[in-house]
Each structure stands twice: as structure tokens, then as C-alpha cells.
Design a protein around this ligand. Structure first.
Ligand code: GDP
Length: 363
């Protein structure tokens, strides 16, 4: 067992919990690579867990007392939403934190996003004590997040929970730096009774602990369909610059080879694409769209590209009747298209398994 987190040590799979290089097996005190890195580089590494592992950890949360900090990626709100948390946390308060606010255009009113998050949380059955926005990367709102945690935890423990890729590790590492915990950071064996311990325990100065619950991978995230270099193109890294198109019916927009929207029927109106600035966005006539995809996927329409193409799922089509007003068609993990007009019939295309949803526009 790992002396840091209690997980079973294994030497086979780097991406699974408990991985330790075999060369390290001779060390006197055995800790897994994740804990090793946390301890020596002050860096938290993700490991994949099965759903069973994860449910077990969630159940442990209900038996402990403390504040649950739920992190969600506001650019991929649905795709990064950790389901079922409310059911598991028992009486523990939840602070909902939307991360990556730096990706939203500056013109977007933060208060509006918070209102939208509150409503979305309610619709999903979550009752947070508070909702906060931050950027773990730039530091915007991080100190305020720390203050909120401090006031809601009532000197109790803190559990940070979220899907992988929401920025949970970036946030925790930043908190550790802000509070100068880095020097005396010690991995201690967690004291959750009677279970295997999979949470990383960071001692706080009043004797309570901050636990980093392992991130769960959401299999519907677009991020799992492409390799690392395509991911760089696909995942926005900086403030997203909206791309505005005035479309007539029977026109289409491609999001590289990752998705597409067809404007089938309706008056000429605006389609605004909120996706990574580096992603190739291509407008074409509807009648040419299928042929273009067949012949240009991997070339002009890339990513996906190279080896990714063999495993890349076919695009699934879905028709939408968009009411008058301003609506977002959301492509999980990719971004969204805001349609603003007197109503329209559109078709969305996304890889099989990647969710497409519609919502009243956030801004
Ligand atoms: P975890 O899997 O939830 O622990 O997420 P990480 O901390 O590893 O972050 C996932 C990715 O999101 C990394 O590429 C980070 O650089 C990036 N990231 C984390 N926080 C932010 C943020 O506030 N803004 C932006 N733009 N990117 C972020």
C-alpha cells in the first residue's frame, strides 16, 4: 500500500491509481508516483479510476464532515459536471466553483454567468451554499475562493471534487503556493476509517485537512477522442474570440473536423461560434458540406488528423427547432454556437458519444 494515500501499489499501468515504477519498489517507504510527485514537485497528477472506486470515495464523503468544493469547467459546463454529488455528500455544504473564467470574452458580465450557474445547478439538483467564478490559471478569483472556503468550512475539513480537466490540480497547487504550505507540505496517511484511502490529504494549519478527491473521467468529453497535439488546438487556452457569421438558410459551419452546424430553415440571422481561437472554422454551402467532410477530413478539416482518424467516431446528426431569441447549441468539450434571431431549424453534428444540448444563451 502507498504510505501517502493508501492505494494499492501497482507497476503495470502509468495512468491508473497506485502506479509506481518498479525501480522505486526498493525504497524504504513505498509511495505511489502520484504521491511522490505531490510531495517532491508539489504537483498533483491525475489517475483514472473506475466508477466503482469513485462511488466508494463519494460514499466516504457522506460519512465525513466538511465543506465540499465542487469544481466545474465553465467552458464545458455539462461535460465536466460531476453527477450525483448532492446525493452522496449528506449534510455537507457544497461550494460550487466555476473555473477557467479567463476563457470567457471580457465583455461577458461575471454576475450574469454566476446567475446562470445558479440556475443550471438548481436544474441539475444541486443546492450549493454559494457559487463562485475563478481562473486557477491566471489567479483571478482564487483568493476570494480561498476566503469562501475558509468561511464555509467552519474549521472543518475541505474536499475538493471535480472531473478531470476542470483545473482541480491547478487550483490546489495554487492554493498551496498562496498559503505557503509548499515548504512543509507533508503527505499524511488519511484517517478515514475502515476503507482504502484514495484521497490526498493536505494538512491545514488548524489541524483540519484539505482532501483532493481523485478526478473522475467523464467518458463523453471530447478530449478523449483526440491526441495531445490536437487537444492543444481544440481546448481554448486564452480568452475566446467569438467568430460571428451572418448565415442564410442552407449554409453550414464546420468546426474543423470535430463537428458542424447546418442552418436548414429560417430568416438570415447571426451564428456566433465560441470555440478555441486556433480551431479552423469553415463556412460552406449545405449542399457541399457532406462531400467536403468526406474528402477533407484530416486535411483541411483537422483535427482530427493522422492516427486519430482510425478511431474517430462518425458524426451524429440531430435536428433542433430553435425558438425566437438567443440560444446556445452546446457541443460538449468543444464550445458552443449562439443563434440569435426569429427562430430557426438547424442540425448539429458531433462525434457519436459527444453530447449536444441547447440552452438559453448565457450572455
Ligand atoms: P484536473 O484534471 O482537474 O486536475 O485539471 P488540471 O489542473 O490538470 O487542468 C487541466 C487543464 O486545464 C490544463 O491544461 C490546465 O492548464 C488547464 N487549466 C486549469 N485551470 C485553468 C484556468 O483557470 N483557465 C484555463 N484557461 N485553463 C486552465
Amino acid at each position: 500500500m502507498c504510505a501517502g494515500c493508501g492505494v494499492k501499489i501497482q507497476t503495470e499501468d502509468k495512468n491508473k491509481a497506485g502506479y509506481t515504477p518498479s525501480s522505486a519498489l526498493e525504497r524504504e517507504i513505498l509511495i505511489c508516483q502520484r504521491c511522490f510527485r505531490l510531495k517532491h514537485y508539489n504537483e498533483v497528477q491525475d489517475v483514472s479510476l473506475t466508477d466503482d472506486d469513485f462511488l466508494r470515495i463519494l460514499n466516504e464523503l457522506g460519512n465525513k464532515k466538511g465543506l465540499v468544493v465542487k469544481i466545474v469547467d465553465i467552458f464545458d459546463f455539462d461535460g465536466s459536471w460531476l453527477n450525483g454529488l448532492q446525493r452522496y455528500v449528506g449534510q455537507n455544504p457544497i461550494l460550487l466553483v466555476g473555473n477557467k473564467v479567463d476563457l470567457l470574452p471580457k465583455s461577458v458580465k461575471r454576475q450574469k454567468v454566476i446567475q446562470w450557474m445558479k440556475k443550471a445547478a438548481k436544474d441539475k439538483g444541486l443546492k450549493p451554499v454559494d457559487v463562485h467564478l475563478m481562473s486557477a490559471e491566471t489567479g483571478e478569483g482564487v483568493l476570494e475562493a480561498a476566503d469562501l472556503i475558509e468561511s464555509y468550512r467552519n474549521q472543518g475539513d475541505v474536499f475538493v471534487a471535480g472531473c478531470t480537466n476542470t483545473g482541480k490540480s491547478t487550483f490546489i497547487n495554487r492554493l498551496l503556493k498562496e498559503f505557503g504550505a509548499a515548504e512543509d507540505l507533508m503527505i499524511t496517511t488519511s484517517n478515514i476509517p475502515g476503507t482504502t484511502l484514495d484521497m490526498i490529504d493536505v494538512p491545514l494549519d488548524d489541524g483540519a485537512s484539505l482532501y483532493d478527491t481523485p478526478g473522475i473521467i467523464n467518458p463523453h468529453q471530447m478530449a478523449h477522442l483526440v491526441g495531445a497535439s490536437s487537444l492543444k488546438v481544440m481546448m481554448p487556452r486564452k480568452e475566446v474570440k467569438p467568430k460571428i457569421f451572418q448565415l442564410s438558410s442552407e449554409q453550414s459551419i464546420f468546426f474543423a473536423g470535430l463537428g458542424r452546424v447546418d442552418f436548414l430553415k429560417g430568416e438570415r440571422q447571426s451564428f456566433v461560434v465560441y470555440m478555441s481561437n486556433d480551431l479552423y472554422i469553415h463556412r460552406t454551402k449545405l449542399e457541399k458540406a457532406d462531400h467536403l467532410y468526406e474528402t477533407q477530413l484530416g486535411d483541411q478539416l483537422a483535427p482530427p488528423t493522422g492516427d486519430e482518424l482510425t478511431e474517430f467516431p462518425a458524426l451524429k446528426r440531430k435536428e433542433w427547432k430553435v425558438e425566437a431569441g438567443k440560444f446556445d447549441i452546446v457541443y460538449s468539450g468543444l464550445g458552443w454556437v449562439t443563434i440569435d434571431g426569429p427562430g430557426a431549424i438547424v442540425a448539429s453534428y458531433a462525434p457519436v458519444g459527444v453530447e449536444v444540448t441547447i440552452r438559453p444563451s448565457i450572455f
